[in-house]
Design a protein around this ligand. Structure first.
Ligand SMILES: Cc1ncc(COP(=O)(O)O)c(C=O)c1O
Length: 389
């Protein structure tokens, strides 16, 4: 007989990604000879830019594979700071930048820095699922605040004020958001920062999709919120998901404690990845990334009207990232069953709302436009035929 499984209580409260089940079912269909249009995958289809790959190869060949400072290579911290100046017109001291193993490690570091047992962190529901789990792992309480089209699926200063209690420690906002692709308007972000300052709360902003903004100039909260924690990543805009590299911009007074935490939690971010990332800021790489950003924008411009045309509700035009959060209530079944039916019925893989929270999760699905235009068109045509039956 197997010994009883004894794990900490927190583990039972960590939900798996439902999208993984979608992917497993999709792979099984493919193994059985069917073709599947993958619109469930939350990472760019574009390969890592060639200069970045070459820089990693050079670093590895030169034996540059040893630990770095827990805060990251000084030249990479400087390069990220210069990118804020060049791209976003914001002065950020390199000393405030902590290079991390993906923005996931940045999120974990911030939560480890700020959250005591039972501290409450405000989050949007729907939102990126790992956030509530980071808070829970640190014995805090994630508070999902229901949001909908009336606030562009984002928290507002008013919502934050209404949900604030003496146990609230801060709020985490992703702008642009996963799964909705929506952005907090800049004036609202100012009101949010003020509301947090008035309550001595901590504002954490996840800007990992900021480079992928459409129709307006991307603006970082660092323009005005010098006390905010800002999380970002090489994963999405820079097409480096598997390299596991991101960063955190923190108020300078917290950097020593973050360094201590990083040293203990993972020693340092991956050295070849850091060497590679230096090539992200070469003009040729930035030009390529801009071309890819425009390709994402063109895909969005095709997909959103096409989904509306076949009966999905997309009340707010997403203006960033590569996701569309669509209301599927018109098709008369809950979103989990809908995703299963659509996958089996027409070979289109999409993610049920349940992955992103509770609020109206049963009537929403997430489409990722991380496939080329021809595949997107195929996916929409399959859906149109299937849903007309
Ligand atoms: C909103 C958001 N934040 C953070 C992450 C984590 O990404 P990474 O750790 O690759 O930087 C993701 C990944 O999908 C995300 O969508």
């Amino acid at each position: 007989m197997d010994p009883p499984v004894r794990t900490a209580a927190r583990v039972a409260e960590i939900a798996p990604f439902h999208v993984m089940e979608v992917q497993t079912a999709a792979r099984a269909l493919e193994a059985a000879g069917r073709t599947v249009v993958h619109m469930e995958i939350g990472e760019p289809d574009f390969p890592t830019p060639p200069l970045v790959v070459a820089a990693a190869q050079r670093a590895i060949a030169a034996g540059d594979v040893y630990y770095t400072s827990a805060l990251g290579l000084p030249e990479l911290r400087r390069a990220i700071a210069a990118h804020y100046a060049d791209h976003y017109g914001v002065a950020v001291a390199p000393e405030r930048i902590v290079v991390t193993a993906g923005s996931s490690a940045a999120l974990l570091l911030v939560m480890a820095l700020l959250v005591n047992r039972d501290d409450r962190i405000l989050l949007s529901d729907p939102g990126y699922p790992c956030n509530r789990h980071f808070v829970r792992v640190l014995e805090g309480t994630p508070v999902g605040i229901p949001v909908g089209p009336e606030s562009d699926y984002q928290l507002t200063a008013d919502l934050i004020e209404r949900h604030w209690t003496p146990a609230t420690r801060g709020a985490l906002i992703a702008s642009p958001s996963n799964p909705t692709g929506t952005v907090v308007p800049f004036d609202e972000m100012r009101r949010i920062a003020q509301a947090m300052a008035d309550r001595e709360g901590e504002l954490i902003v996840d800007e990992i999709y900021l480079g992928l903004t459409y129709g307006a100039r991307p603006r970082s909260v660092l323009e005005f919120a010098h006390d905010a924690f800002v999380v970002s990543s090489f994963s999405k805009y820079f097409n480096m998901t598997g390299w596991r590299l991101g960063w955190l911009v923190a108020p300078e007074r917290h950097v020593r404690d973050l360094e201590k935490l990083a040293q203990n939690l993972y020693i340092s971010p991956a050295t070849p990845s850091q060497r590679a990332a230096l090539a992200c800021f070469e003009p040729a790489t930035l030009a390529l990334l801009e071309e890819r950003r425009r390709a994402f924008e063109a895909r969005r411009d095709f997909l959103v009207p096409a989904l509306r045309e076949i009966g999905f509700g997309v009340p707010v035009m997403p203006t960033g990232g590569f996701f569309v959060y669509a209301d599927c209530a018109a098709f008369g079944m809950d979103s989990e069953r809908f995703c299963r039916d659509v996958l089996e019925g027409c070979g289109v893989a999409i993610t049920p709302g349940l992955d992103f929270g509770q609020h109206h999760a049963d009537r929403h699905v997430r489409f990722a436009y991380t496939i080329d235009q021809a595949k997107l068109e195929d996916g929409v045509a399959r859906l149109a035929r299937f849903l007309r039956r």
